[in-house]
Design a protein around this ligand. Structure first.
Ligand SMILES: C[S@@+](CC[C@H](N)C(=O)[O-])C[C@H]1O[C@@H](n2cnc3c(N)ncnc32)[C@H](O)[C@@H]1O
Length: 348
């Protein structure tokens, strides 16, 4: 064999290994989810334990659990010491319940049926251009989560994690001190409105959400700490939006919808908002030019899960101008892998 042929084979070996890692991707996410769901990272929080001890503590089959633990060690979540004793790695520790920025809920929710079943039908989505979620789940995603509250709660907590990431940069990039009534449309657990009201003591806020989400928010310490400064309003933003705000927030809302529904939401905001009030669309933006970006992966997720789409700054400008808004500025709020962009618009 010539030197070039050997190089080619070695190169192919590396490429094959890389491709095989991608091919195995869904198995890896199921391993991470199972480890989290069994609570193994919590069991290993402060000491090493044997696989038999862990099987007893988590009510699992000893041989099967030992296989899971070794698979988890192979992907870097655990270390195996001697025969059958395991500890957490730094990576695995992020799956503990009690660590700041825990990814336990995300690991379970994203590998769970609500997300996984629609993704099984990616090909249908690409062929039809429509979301296969309703066919896969028997109802749309939000109704599915309403009917599966434990999974729904995990998803909301995952959204809270997403919401909290980059929040400081986001708040530092836009001054909200002049506003008095701030309406967070589809504000999930209230992380954004709570953070704004904490910084702006003169403002009151509205958290506008679906019934199940408001029910959860009512009991949350985040909302209770605000001492009545945030009003919780149940509703459907496809029908109407609370009126009288001088600032409206749409963070990670329009991406969930096709252009027709996105315009409907914006028109409802326009209808509720006084002239010259502001609206902030807060999203991850698609690059305007061909460029590698994680937002392209999220764009596919929107197609599969909700029939929505990520958009570029120009596409958002088009939606806003068509619904009675003037775009004032677009602010990129950070330099991380997924920095939020704020598109500030004035209701005309
Ligand atoms: C992707 S999450 C974004 C949540 C939050 N704004 C954030 O940035 O974390 C979309 C939110 O829209 C809410 N939602 C979906 N459909 C809705 C509707 N028709 N009316 C009101 N809220 C809705 C969901 O409950 C969910 O919390």
């Amino acid at each position: 064999m010539t030197e070039t042929q050997t190089d080619t084979l070695a190169g192919q070996g590396t490429l094959s290994a890389e491709l095989m890692r991608m091919i195995h991707g869904y198995r890896i996410s199921q391993i991470v989810a199972a480890l989290a769901q069994l609570g193994i990272p919590d069991e290993l929080a402060d000491r090493r334990r044997s696989s038999d001890e862990l099987a007893t503590a988590t009510d699992a089959d000893p041989d099967a659990l030992a296989r899971l633990l070794r698979a988890a060690a192979t992907i870097g979540l655990l270390d195996e010491h001697q025969q059958d004793f395991f500890t957490l790695t730094k990576l695995g520790a992020l799956l503990r319940t009690d660590v700041p920025g825990s990814l336990r809920d995300a690991a379970i929710a994203i590998a769970g049926p609500g997300q996984y079943r629609p993704w099984e039908r990616l090909l249908d989505a690409v062929r039809s251009g429509r979301s296969p979620a309703a066919a896969a789940l028997g109802r749309d995603l939000w109704d599915y989560y309403r009917d599966h509250p434990e999974e729904g709660n995990r998803f909301v907590r995952t959204m809270s994690w997403v919401s909290n990431s980059g929040l400081d940069e986001l708040l530092a990039s836009y001054d909200t001190s002049a506003f008095r009534r701030i309406v967070d449309v589809g504000g999930a657990g209230g992380e954004l409105i709570a953070a704004i009201l904490t910084r702006n003591g003169d403002a009151s806020g509205v958290l506008f959400e679906l019934p199940a989400v408001i029910e959860r928010a009512r009991g949350s310490s985040l909302v209770q700490q605000l001492d009545g400064r945030v009003e919780l309003i149940v509703g459907d933003f496809l029908d109407e939006v609370p009126d009288g705000g001088d600032l409206y927030l749409l963070k990670q809302i329009l991406l969930n919808w096709d252009d027709e529904h996105a315009q409907r939401i914006l028109r409802n905001c326009h209808c509720a908002a006084p002239p010259r009030s502001k609206l902030l669309v807060i999203e991850w933006l698609l690059p305007s030019q061909p460029q590698l970006s994680g937002v392209h992966l999220l764009n596919l997720n929107m197609l599969v899960m909700l029939g929505g789409k990520q958009r570029s700054a120009e596409e958002y400008r088009g939606l806003l101008e068509a619904t009675g808004y003037r775009v004032e500025q677009t602010i990129l709020t950070g330099a991380s892998a997924y920095p939020w962009s704020i598109i500030e618009a004035t209701r005309v």
